[in-house]
Each structure stands twice: as C-alpha cells, then as structure tokens.
Design a protein around this ligand. Structure first.
Ligand code: MTE
Length: 312
C-alpha cells in the first residue's frame, strides 16, 4: 500500500540525495505517488518549490484506506456534472495555476494567499480520515493538508467574527457544470468559527501522497471529518470571517433536507432515507454509521446543549 511506504520512512530518512533524485523523477514527469512524504507541486506557479514535504501518518485510524482509483473516480463536484463519474471525466478544464485564496471579512489583516505560498508556508501533514457522504456511502482517505486554524490565525480574526464562509471558483468557462443552474453558483459552505478552529478541520492540498486530483477539489479544499461530505467545499477561492451564519449551497437548494451543521448523526434520518448505516466503497456489507462519524470524543463538546436534530 502506498500509505505503508510512507509510514516506514520518517522525515529524517529523506536525505538531500533522495530529494535530488525525487526532483529528477518529478522533472521526468513522474507524479509523486509512492514518494516518502514528498509531493511535487509541478502544476502550480513556476516559482513553487520542486517538492513539498509532509509528515506522513500524523493521524490514522485502524481502517483500510479506500483505493485511490475509487477516491479519484467516484466524486461529487457539480461544477463538472452531477454523475459520480463526471468530475473525473470533465475536471481537466480547471486551471489550478495561478490560484489565489482571498481571506477577508472580520479580521485585522485580510490578504490573498498564493497557492504556492500556502504549500511552502504551512507544515503539511498526512491524516487518514473516515469520510461519510450524506448519500450513505463512505470512504477512508489519506489526506495531506494543514489545519485551517493556522491560515485563519495569519489574518487575525476580530472578536466579532463568529462564522467562516467559503466559496468555490465561479467560472463557467472552466467549470462546464456551472452553465446549468443546478446550484446558485458559486458553491458556498460555512462553519462556526470554533468548528473552523478545531484541530481536526483541514485545508487539504493532496491525498494519497500526491497533489489533489482536480476532481477531488484541487488545488485546495476543506475536509471536516465529523460532518457529511457536502461540507467539504472544493477548489476554494475565498474564505470570509463574518458575524452572521453564512448561507450554504445545499441549504439554499433544499432547506428541508440540509441544515447548516451537517454533523453525521445515525439517529437523525435524512427526510428521504435512513442515516443509520452506510456503504463503505469497496465493501459488500453495510456498516453502522457512528455519531460524529467516530470523532465525537474530539468534537461533541462543541455542541453541548444544542438539539441534535438541529445539527443536521
Ligand atoms: N464542492 C464543490 N465546489 N462542489 C460540489 O458539488 N460536492 C460536495 C463536496 N464539495 C461539492 C463540493 C459533496 S456533496 C461531497 S460528498 C464531497 O465534496 C465529495 O468529495 P470527494 O469527491 O472528494 O469524495
């Protein structure tokens, strides 16, 4: 397994020579698969470093990762079509360099981050997370990223900031699905500020030891493992600190079916189906869904005193 290869090596094992060799591999056009804690941002800005280091296996669970072939071909990314196979087939038209992420709103130091600055500046780590889609399927994905809290701290949120709003790129030329009004584009998501600052909440730039495939939300996306997958907004261009609960795409589309929180809860059914069990992609038998997707010990305290029905 690719993951194992990474696990056997620590950062100290990555010598200058190895770095040099990897660089040559990348120049030869070999993607970073199998690299020991290194990914190549070749598709990013010309001045991006030749390789990007990450600490492998910072956090893992005792479950087998879903094969890369499934993670990268069974996707939801409506900007490229509504079928699961559409994003992998159509996302090639997305230009991921240059790419900037504006971080603004209620903060002392609003600014734009270039994606190549982001991968240089924030220490990247690998985290293997259980992911649960609202459609009752799940995957286990080895993400590479860094805590969203690190980025937010750079802009110094004001005391009045209570929520964080996210937006995906809006460009129908690059995103053919946006030529149809299935969603009020751009795709929008939001978190409460304390959810955004929770150490589990990641901004991801890669998975399976390589940069994010476009269909998975390149060059940067949100990963919130205790929430349903729709909260994991892809290809982010704007992050705004605000004092009002932001409106989110699925809430706007179907307010009776999707709330702001989207916390995984096996006891609260979706109006059209049960959330008690899930189909792990690649497995035959269905599994029980866990409250907060199994991350309750780390996040349940965020919601103390709130009605669990409202947390959907
Ligand atoms: N982000 C954008 N911009 N557009 C989308 O349609 N779909 C969401 C989420 N992020 C979506 C998005 C949904 S419904 C899910 S389940 C996850 O992305 C799927 O992520 P994956 O394809 O990487 O598994």
């Amino acid at each position: 397994m690719l993951i194992r290869q990474s696990a056997e090596l620590t950062e100290n094992d990555v010598t200058d020579e190895a770095l040099y060799l990897r660089r040559r591999e990348f120049i030869a056009g070999v993607a970073g698969i199998g690299a020991a804690g290194l990914i190549a941002p070749a598709a990013m800005a010309a001045d991006a470093p030749a390789t990007v280091k990450f600490s492998p296996n910072k956090m893992k669970i005792d479950e087998t990762p879903t094969p890369f072939a499934d993670v990268s071909t069974y996707n939801n990314f409506y900007e490229f079509g509504t079928d699961k196979s559409d994003p992998a087939a159509n996302a090639g038209s997305l230009r991921i360099a240059p790419w900037t992420v504006a971080v603004d709103g209620l903060c002392q130091k609003p600014r734009k981050f270039d994606i190549s600055d982001i991968v240089r500046r924030f220490p990247l780590e690998e985290r293997i997370y259980r992911m649960r889609c609202v459609e009752a399927w799940s995957m286990v994905i080895p993400w590479i990223g860094f805590p969203l809290s690190a980025l937010l701290r750079e802009v110094e949120p004001l005391g009045s900031a209570k929520y964080v709003a996210f937006q995906t790129l809006n460009d129908p030329k690059q995103m053919p699905g946006q030529r149809r009004n299935v969603i009020d584009w751009p795709y929008r998501e939001g978190l409460r500020l304390d959810e955004a600052m929770n150490p589990l909440t990641l901004l991801s730039v890669g998975l399976y030891g390589r940069l994010l495939p476009r269909q998975n939300g390149a060059p940067i996306r949100l990963v919130v493992p205790w929430k349903y997958g729709f909260k994991g907004i892809k290809s982010i261009v704007r992050i705004t600190l605000t004092d009002r609960q932001p409106r989110t795409s699925w809430q706007m589309l179907a307010p009776d079916e999707y709330g702001f929180y989207g916390n995984v809860n096996p006891d609260v059914d979706h109006p059209r189906w049960s959330q008690a069990r899930e189909r792990r992609i690649g497995e035959l038998l269905r599994r029980k869904t866990l409250p907060f997707n199994g991350y309750g010990d780390q996040v349940a305290s965020l919601y103390r005193g709130m009605n669990p029905k409202k947390l959907y």
